[in-house]
Design a protein around this ligand. Structure first.
Ligand SMILES: NC(=O)c1ccc[n+]([C@@H]2O[C@H](COP(=O)([O-])OP(=O)(O)OC[C@H]3O[C@@H](n4cnc5c(N)ncnc54)[C@H](OP(=O)(O)O)[C@@H]3O)[C@@H](O)[C@H]2O)c1
Length: 256
């Protein structure tokens, strides 16, 4: 198969590209760094020529509802329209486990619009809702670090490795389109604790401050809204095994 990965240079997207290749398929990575802004339908249409399936791992820098919703609506509509014209058989979109149970958080509202737009389009679509990546804690450190301090959102999660998410996305892409699937890691962790464990594994002296989300969203996140529920598929590695595999590589592991 020929599989396009929208956001193929991102935190999870670059793993998807590697998983597509190692499964023996041809891959096309789409991102602005690769010369394709997905909102530019002329560029996108050219890039999707001959593609059988598209895996959408796009992300937007803002967590505010307005800009995030605008981005996910525009990119999903463009992917659906150009995929239909190109004869693409299947669109797979990555979303977030439990977000529908977290009220009042703009980014999650925008992700729901993304799901609805994808599922309403002419090309058969599948949604994978995954829990927070272990790498999300590293992203938060990179984003907020000031000297020896970093600020990480207080979220009770069942985090999963981005590589595992990538493997499931590729598995879904080669199957028939349809419905929502859920994926989480094997253990419950507080995301600031994951960040602390990453800092220790990297040999860094970092003080991680856990900051709760305000209001109803924060209460829901602290009370388990983001955890696996009946029917959620569970897949490893554990945090301990992920830390050993990623951070003890000779090159020190990826900085994300
Ligand atoms: N982080 C988590 O824990 C988590 C958990 C579950 C689900 N998710 C979902 O997973 C998805 C990916 O997250 P991530 O953390 O991997 O994102 P990321 O690291 O920020 O990567 C985003 C990717 O999108 C590309 N991109 C952004 N705007 C684009 C545009 N207009 N046209 C083409 N490419 C564009 C970026 O490349 P360029 O900058 O080069 O364009 C990059 O490759 C998100 O939708 C997120 O909601 C995340």
């Amino acid at each position: 198969m020929r599989i396009a990965v929208a956001g193929g240079t991102g935190t999870v997207g670059h793993h998807v590209v590697e998983e597509v290749e190692s499964a023996g398929h041809e891959v096309v990575a789409l991102s602005r760094r690769r010369g394709v802004d997905v909102r530019n339908q002329v560029r996108l249409a050219t890039a999707l020529a001959g593609v059988d399936a598209v895996i959408d791992t796009l992300n937007v820098a803002s967590v505010r509802r307005g800009p995030a919703e605008e981005f996910f609506k525009a990119t999903s509509e463009a992917l659906q329209a150009c995929a239909a014209d190109a004869g693409v058989r299947h669109l797979v979109t990555l979303s977030i486990l439990g977000m529908e149970d977290v009220p009042g958080y703009g980014y999650y509202r925008a992700k729901l619009v993304q799901e609805q737009t994808m599922l309403a389009g002419p090309v058969g679509a599948t949604v994978l809702r995954a829990s927070q990546f272990f790498e999300f804690a590293a992203q938060m450190i990179a984003l907020t670090r000031r000297g020896r301090f970093a600020v990480v959102p207080q979220m009770r999660s069942q985090p999963v490795a981005a590589r595992t998410v990538a493997r499931h996305l590729v598995r879904l892409a080669v199957e028939q389109p349809g419905g929502r699937h859920e994926l989480a890691g094997p253990e419950v962790h507080e995301i600031p604790d994951v960040a602390r464990r990453i800092a220790v594994a990297r040999g860094e002296r970092l003080h991680v401050v856990g900051v709760p989300f305000p209001g109803r969203a924060g209460r829901a996140m602290r009370n388990g809204a983001l955890l696996a529920r009946a029917g959620t598929e569970i897949d490893g590695p554990t945090l301990e095994d992920w830390l050993s595999a990623v951070w003890q590589k000779p090159d020190g592991g990826p900085d994300r």
